[in-house]
Design a protein around this ligand. Structure first.
Ligand code: NDP
Length: 361
């Protein structure tokens, strides 16, 4: 029962911190259909993250709750998070007017685009991403703590590396939270099961699937044999992905906010244009049309490799999921951009020929 209730309490506490803590007030990219102006957002992800971690640390030091508690109660916590995710989906979708699709489609994809609560103090999408990211970190730390508790000085160093890489992943997302306002989920998706349940359940519980499935296992042979070499290789795969994903996102983000500014101070924006519509066609955006998706897949691969359990299916579920998510998403985005940019998109397709992987796909 305690495990089942834990996600409700943890998410409520995080949300309360988000409402109470100081935040950055920023203007977003998505337009409010009612006013015609961009939505405003309160962003407090990084601060909320560190406060939650500090509170968890204090709770551990005072022996109220141990770091590995979320591992020991992971199944009941998953059930609790699922119930919460489903409950939120029903609450956000059912009262809204139908989109004309079936009820099931509306429940899955949602009916309203950008719900905001408490007079705009809480934006549902940004808050849910923050909750999911922090819970992912708590789960990962807890699973690693369990491994440490069981194996002590014989622990798999890959588990610590995996945890450090996930910490980097989460902190990076929260540090660049503002850039997320310019992404597909914010401007193209509605709030339903996919986003609501996705952030509350899938993000924190599935992204940690590699450690979930291997925390109880001893150091794998590849790490015993190759040691640091293996850890460095995994880190390099992860970081090369990060450079592609973060680099592409930040170049585009800068371009949308300040169309004439050079990225990193030296990559002047080169564009294809028609009327008011402009597309970047240099830097990261000249490598493939969604080089950022390749970056995400490489980061996930680095995370899977870091654990060293090459024959276990668990760590591979995560990069495999990214392929299943991002390949169709690129097709959807391509259709959306073809409609929005018309002939400019045709030119861009002709100039940058590959969808995700340069020279291959
Ligand atoms: P993109 O950041 O690639 O955004 C696509 C949009 O960018 C297009 O719809 C278009 O929007 C604009 N655009 C496309 N090409 C160009 C160009 N050449 N020049 C200027 N603008 C362009 O994809 P997402 O929003 O899907 O992803 C954002 C980030 O989030 C990515 O790094 C992605 O990998 C990551 N992500 C992470 C996930 C995770 O779980 N960690 C899951 C999914 C995504 P517009 O109409 O505004 O011009």
């Amino acid at each position: 029962m305690a495990g089942f209730v834990a996600p409700f309490l943890l998410y409520a506490a995080m949300l309360l911190l988000h409402v109470l803590l100081p935040s950055r007030q920023v203007q977003g990219y998505v337009l409010d259909q009612e006013t015609g102006r961009p939505f405003n957002y309160r962003l407090s992800g990084l601060l909320t993250f560190f406060v939650v971690l500090a509170l968890w640390l204090v709770a551990d030091l005072l022996c109220w709750i141990k770091w590995d508690w979320l591992y020991l109660h992971r199944w009941s916590a998953l059930a609790g998070a699922c119930t919460l995710g489903l409950g939120y989906t029903l609450i956000v979708v059912l009262p809204a007017p139908s989109t004309g699709k079936s009820l099931l489609a509306d429940l899955f994809l949602g009916r309203i685009e950008n719900p905001q609560y408490l007079s705009g103090r809480v934006d549902a999408k940004m808050a849910l991403y923050m909750l999911g990211a922090i819970m992912l970190m708590l789960n990962t730390l807890s699973f690693a703590a369990y491994h440490h508790e069981v194996f002590g000085k014989n622990a798999n160093p890959g588990v610590y590396l995996h945890t450090a890489l996930f910490a980097f992943f989460v902190i990076d997302y929260l540090f660049f939270e503002r850039a997320h306002l310019y992404t597909y989920d914010l401007f193209a998706e509605k709030m339903g099961f996919k986003l609501g349940w996705g952030c509350l359940v899938f993000y924190p519980y599935f992204y940690s699937v590699g450690l979930w499935g291997t925390a109880h296992l001893a150091e794998p042979a590849v790490i015993t044999r190759l040691g640091w070499g293996w850890l460095v290789l995994s880190t390099l795969v992860f970081l090369s992905g990060w450079i592609l994903a973060r680099g592409a996102n930040m170049q585009k983000y800068l371009f949308k906010r300040f169309p004439d500014r050079a990225f990193l101070g030296w990559i002047e924006p080169k564009t294809l244009s028609g009327g008011n519509l402009k597309l970047l066609c240099n830097g990261f955006w000249s490598l493939s049309r969604h080089i950022n998706y390749l970056g995400e897949i490489l980061m996930a691969t680095g995370l899977a490799l870091s654990l060293g359990h090459l024959t276990s299916p668990w760590p591979w579920l995560y990069p495999f999921y990214y392929i299943l998510l991002l390949v169709p998403r690129e097709r959807d985005d391509d259709r959306r951009c073809a409609e929005k940019y018309g002939v400019v998109w045709e030119e861009y397709r002709a100039k940058v020929r590959y969808r995700i992987i340069p020279k291959i796909y």
